[in-house]
Ligand binder design. Structure first.
Ligand SMILES: Nc1ncnc2c1ncn2[C@@H]1O[C@H](COP(=O)(O)OP(=O)(O)OP(=O)(O)O)[C@@H](O)[C@H]1O
Ligand SMILES: [Mg+2]
Length: 271
């Protein structure tokens, strides 16, 4: 199995040398846990190995993402001007954005084989802004009317949320945040890139993520924590799952130093 090295010091050893090529890996974590830095580091390291990367941001400006990298001395601007790194900010103030077409176009145009999507939560909050494909995802449709709506929209290939008629609105009531999240992940996996999909952690409850579905749909899940221990916050990381991989079962220290993120071996956590 071909594996894609993140190059984040200490991380690849936790997953048999890297993320299996073409996988969707969810990076879940609390605010400030280091998700954006991890994602950018994955792309910068790839670019330095000759693999092109695309950073898709739904909230932060490209400048905000790049400036974090510059602080660590990463050559984000040089790599961008050589076409090894691309930054796409999806505008959230323009209605009816066809995110999926944009992603397909950008992946093609950039030649990226690594992609970071930051973040699923920003997508879900702004879902009304987006055009979402309507191919039925599993399970029989409720009735003929629903079938008709799907067929009609499938002809157009995409549909717009929120629905414009009462009839469609009724249909979309069944299109929960879970389903929409499922669709996004599904679309991302069709791109052929190896993806890190960033999302927020749900603090309470049985699920790791806010949507409660992405952790099952993705091929791998990395969890980052930014927890209060005594009077100090400590960052840690764990690999919750990675299909086809004997991944580390431990919680590892995650350090952000002048060079970026570094993951420590498990032994150091327990000394
Ligand atoms: N140059 C630096 N040196 C050390 N620590 C840094 C540096 N730059 C950022 N940090 C730490 O990293 C944190 C931000 O990391 P990052 O943006 O990757 O978090 P995140 O998980 O993406 O957060 P959010 O949920 O807000 O998007 C900052 O809050 C800061 O504590
Ligand atoms: Mg972030």
């Amino acid at each position: 199995m071909e594996r894609v090295k993140t190059g984040v010091p200490g991380f690849d050893d936790l997953v048999e040398g890297g993320i299996p090529k073409g996988y969707n890996v969810l990076l879940v974590g609390q605010p400030g846990a280091g998700k954006t830095i991890f994602g950018l580091q994955y792309l910068v390291n790839g670019a330095n190995l000759g693999e092109k990367g695309l950073y898709v941001s739904l909230d932060s400006s490209n400048e905000m993402v790049k400036s974090q990298g510059r602080r660590f001395g990463w050559n984000v601007d040089g790599l961008e001007s050589k076409g090894m790194l691309s930054f796409l900010r999806v505008p959230l103030d323009k209605p009816k954005i066809n995110l999926f077409d944009i992603l397909v176009d950008e992946v093609k145009a950039s030649g990226a084989t690594r992609l970071v999507f930051d973040s699923l939560v920003d997508f879900a909050i702004n879902v009304d802004q987006f055009v979402v494909p309507l191919s039925p995802v599993g399970g029989p449709l409720a009735d003929e009317k629903e079938q008709e709506t799907v067929e009609r929209y499938n002809k157009l290939r995409y549909s717009v949320l929120p629905a414009t008629s009462e009839k469609d609105r009724a249909f979309y009531k069944g299109g929960s945040a879970k389903r929409i999240t499922y669709l996004v992940i599904n679309e991302l996996s069709k791109l052929g890139t190896t993806n890190i999909i960033i999302t927020d952690e749900k603090i309470e409850g049985e699920h790791f993520t806010v949507d409660g579905v992405s952790e099952y749909v993705c091929d791998g899940v990395i969890v980052t924590y930014n927890q209060l221990i005594g009077a100090k916050r400590a960052r840690t990381l764990a690999v919750l799952k990675m299909r086809n991989t004997n991944n580390s079962p431990y919680i590892h220290d995650l350090e952000i130093n002048k060079d970026g993120i570094k993951i420590k071996p498990a032994e150091e956590v327990y000394v």
